[in-house]
Ligand binder design. Structure first.
Ligand SMILES: [Cu+2]
Length: 284
């Protein structure tokens, strides 16, 4: 597995893509737990069935017993499923909660689904006074360069720093879409007029691919998602190259004050973002 490139499917792949985020690692564990449980159940049922077919065949057992109840047996066949459900349910709910609640997100990105492309907005960074945002279109098969993946690579990937908790706000501009990246263990519906939330953090630099996962029209299959994880320094250089350069910021006195404050404070001062989050919380 480890020789395969991360963040993308590969030929003859079995099982999930390699986990690139803590949530996906937990999902792998959850999946193996369930696989063990259902395999045990299937084998137990199969053995029981085989035994019954053999032992109670009419030739071996011509006169069936006529009792109808067995208290011990009934207690056990009630208790055992209860125990199995608890063993499955507790970690499942715990993981669900972890997936839903980003702890101390350091960076927020808004992913907006359109017919048929994604656009990404970085509310923490400004470009000409507005939130920095860009569109991300799939590269047509005829324009692919060597090494690029058909139906998965895009012109402008969503760039993120590694080892950073990233909150993704997902919404749709026109119809339902779904923002899903398998190796990060995320899938959130993009609903027009609503904001859904998810989060991830990536350990290893690389590109992680996903696809729109809610049928959204004719070109649903042609709006992939590419998340490019780079080092924190490279990310900072990228964001600086895309937004107002530091020199411009210093020249602009109105922006000077907020720009020099640490990121966390900037978070709260961003009126638009605060509004979005507040609205979202009110909806809960
Ligand atoms: Cu779609």
């Amino acid at each position: 597995m480890s020789t395969q490139p991360t963040g993308q499917p590969h030929p003859w792949q079995l099982n999930f893509q390699e986990a690139a985020s803590p949530v996906m690692e937990n999902l792998h564990d959850m999946h193996s737990l369930l696989l063990h449980v259902i395999t045990c159940i299937a084998i137990a049922v199969l053995i029981l069935l085989g035994y019954i077919l053999f032992r109670f065949h009419h030739r071996r057992n011509p006169y069936p017993a006529d009792f109808t109840h067995n208290t011990m047996l009934e207690i056990f066949w009630t208790l055992i499923p209860v125990i199995i459900l608890v063993v499955v349910g507790v970690p499942s709910v715990r993981l669900l909660h972890k997936m839903e609640t980003p702890k101390n997100a350091e960076l927020t990105i808004k992913a907006v689904g359109h017919q048929w492309y994604w656009s990404y907005e970085y509310p923490d960074d400004k470009n000409e006074g507005k939130n920095f945002e860009f569109d991300s279109y799939m590269i047509e098969s005829k324009d692919l360069k060597p090494g690029q993946l058909r139906l998965l690579d895009v012109d402008n990937p969503m760039v993120v720093p590694v080892d950073t908790v990233i909150r993704v706000l997902v919404t749709g501009a026109d119809v339902l879409h779904s923002f899903a990246v398998p190796s990060l263990g995320i899938k959130r519906d993009a609903v027009p007029g609503r904001i859904n939330e998810t989060w991830f953090s990536i350990k290893k630099p690389g590109t992680y691919y996903g696809q729109c996962s809610e049928l959204c029209g004719a070109k649903h299959g042609y709006m992939p998602i590419a998340v490019k994880a780079v080092s924190k320094q490279e990310y900072q250089e990228w964001i600086n190259s895309k937004t107002n350069t530091p020199e411009q910021k210093t020249a602009d006195n109105s922006e000077k004050e907020t720009d020099q404050k640490p990121k966390e404070e900037n978070h709260q001062e961003d009126p638009k973002k605060g509004h979005v989050i507040k609205k979202y919380k009110e909806n809960l």
